[in-house]
Write a protein that binds this ligand. Structure first.
Ligand SMILES: *[C@@H]1O[C@H](CO)[C@@H](O)[C@H](O)[C@H]1NC(C)=O
Ligand SMILES: *[C@@H]1O[C@H](CO)[C@@H](O)[C@H](O)[C@H]1NC(C)=O
Ligand SMILES: *[C@@H]1O[C@H](CO)[C@@H](O)[C@H](O)[C@H]1NC(C)=O
Ligand SMILES: *[C@@H]1O[C@H](CO)[C@@H](O)[C@H](O)[C@H]1NC(C)=O
Length: 358
């Protein structure tokens, strides 16, 4: 954690060197506002790459009441607090599964626009298509697709060394119907092959989508989320010891103080932070403002300072002691919300970008 005098010293040094130093100080336990994303967006994937950049990939853009999937890749440069456009993803994808491995950005499936039949306003279905993005060359390359039958979006993604683990998710999202997946698969970025896990590790204890999670130490954690609907939410923590996969998934005794899905989460050291979410019956927007942290050593939760701009439908990316949360939705999707000016909205993606200082 940086102390105030060091920050001044660093800023002075950098300004003497003629380096623009736009990143504001980060006081532990506080939130900082960062440069807004050029485009309001939600249901995207987020990852930190190259120790310099927060990548925001895919998701949903709005045009009035219409919303559509995007291939947009936007890149935030931490040192200068500025955004630029990267090469678009090879396909339009929402709820993408993304990971950063060795400074590359991996897109391992997600949801795409499926055929819309009469009476069905939207029909998002899983795509198995996988690609990797190299920031140095601003190019995308093909990867082996997810094995037939294992495609999903809105999964929980964990990275350990060369491996990407993909747990849970969903294969279909329609206004009145959504499913939930319990299988766990893995992608080996060295061999370029999808690998199955041993039976004991190949399913989380119960299906989840719109959950969050991460690898901390040698364990892959799957936290919160929901099944089948926005309000069918959970407060659970599932854990798999990746060095002892035969022992299977365990359910922690620690329960998230506020059960929710559509959450954003990230690990700093041995702590796992969870923010926001949708499906809150107690707020007019249907959004949760809760910030909570799980201490993996004591398996206990603590409540933190709420999100100043409560959101769902985004992900968190961690670099150093900051948890970056770009964009997201300001209201529960499809819920009729009447604003202070009397305007009625059903979706409300934002450009807001902030970070929690751990
Ligand atoms: C990013 O930081 C990590 C940890 O300090 C280091 O191991 C890695 O080489 C860095 N990557 C780049 C591209 O600078
Ligand atoms: C996977 O499914 C596609 C059709 O969607 C088919 O063309 C392909 O042969 C299948 N691959 C395998 C390995 O079965
Ligand atoms: C990933 O693939 C490489 C190359 O085939 C192999 O050496 C390595 O053991 C694999 N890693 C895991 C965790 O299976
Ligand atoms: C957070 O949301 C709760 C309702 O879930 C509300 O009671 C509380 O006032 C909010 N806190 C802040 C700081 O906005």
């Amino acid at each position: 954690m940086r102390t105030f005098p060091h920050f001044i010293e660093l800023a002075v040094t950098l300004s003497l060197l003629g380096v623009a130093f736009a990143a504001p100080n980060c006081t532990p336990g506080e939130w900082i506002d960062l440069a807004s994303i050029p485009t309001p967006r939600q249901e995207h994937g987020t990852a930190a790459i190259d120790n310099t950049t927060i990548a925001v990939l895919g998701g949903i853009l709005n045009d009035g009441d219409a919303s559509f999937s995007t291939d947009l890749l936007q890149l935030y440069d931490i040192a200068t607090d500025t955004w630029s456009a990267g090469a678009p993803a090879p396909y339009k994808v929402n709820h993408p599964n993304v990971a950063a491995v060795n400074d590359k950005l991996y897109l391992v499936g997600g949801l795409t626009e499926g055929p819309v039949t009469p009476g069905l306003s939207m029909n998002w279905v899983a795509s198995k298509l996988c690609y990797v993005y190299d920031l140095a060359t601003d190019t995308w390359s093909d990867l082996a697709p997810m094995p037939n039958g294992t495609e999903r979006g809105s999964a929980i993604v964990g990275v350990r060394g060369e491996m990407i683990y993909v747990a849970g998710g969903m294969t279909v999202l329609q206004p009145e119907y959504q499913d939930a997946v319990d299988s766990v698969i893995s992608f080996n970025t060295t061999s370029g092959a999808w690998q199955r896990l041993v039976s004991a590790a190949a399913e989380i204890p119960e299906s989840r989508q719109h959950a969050t999670g991460s690898v901390i130490g040698q364990s892959f954690y799957v936290v919160g989320g929901r099944r089948y609907g926005k309000t069918n939410t959970f407060d659970t923590v599932f854990e798999l010891d990746l060095d002892d996969q035969e022992a299977g998934w365990k359910v922690s005794s620690g329960h998230m103080p506020t059960r929710r899905g559509g959450i954003a989460g990230g690990a700093v050291g041995s702590d796992f932070y969870v923010f926001g979410g949708e499906g809150n019956p107690d707020t007019s927007t249907g959004i949760f403002n809760q910030s909570e942290v799980f201490d993996t050593r004591s398996q206990t939760w603590l409540e933190l300072k709420p999100m100043p701009v409560p959101r769902h439908g985004t992900q968190a990316a961690v670099l150093g002691d900051r948890v970056y949360i770009p964009g997201g939705g300001l209201q529960q999707d499809g819920k009729k919300v009447i604003g202070p000016d009397g305007a009625v909205t059903y979706h409300n993606p934002t450009t807001h970008f902030d970070a929690y200082c751990a």
